[in-house]
Design a protein around this ligand. Sequence first.
Ligand SMILES: [Mg+2]
Length: 226
Amino acid sequence: MYNIVFLDLDDTIFDFGYAEEHALRTAFAHIGIEPTEAQMHLFSEINDAHWKRLERGELTRREVQIGRFAAFFETIGIGGDAEQANRDFMNAVGESFRFLDGAEQLLKDLRARGKRMYVVSNASRSVQMKRLEKAGILNTFDGIFLSEDLGVQKPERLFFEKCFARVSDMKLDQSIILGDSLTSDILGGIRAGIATCWYNPKQKKGREDIVPSFEIGHLSEFLNLI
Ligand SMILES: [Mg+2]
């Protein structure tokens, strides 16, 4: 039985693709560009690749934020201001949120069952806090652990050790992490010695070297597992 639940936010609770698209349109409107579907897809890939490099400790948060726009502008051949685009993008991401299917219900059910819930996110503090507040779930959690605050990111073991130190009556064998990313959430959970649940709604192919304790295709399945 798992009583302590660590939850990723982006693409686990919030629909990041929705926020990203909205934010990209807003950031681009400021420089007079209407992004095409292909460009938005391209940005999404570049953005994701940059965050993966943060996970591996290859880039700082700042390098991710600016670098993704610099790389994007270079790839599509426009001379945009990466700093400004990033500022506009981050402001807009913070303004927009949409729950993934079943996410609100899951949070309610976890709470009703007396589970303790902690956010574990690599995303930027300003963005996440704004979205949690707008979504009305800021006070739903027993703790909000952001890598920007802790100075180290998922999947580093140290990130989780710092989280665990802030959880009262922490018990490894009663803890589980739920997240959509094998390389940050699941790998991190494995390294930290807790159970892991991979939320994989698009049925992506797994990895032989990162094997979750559980895998679910819909958030409603999580409650039965724990
Ligand atoms: Mg995620």
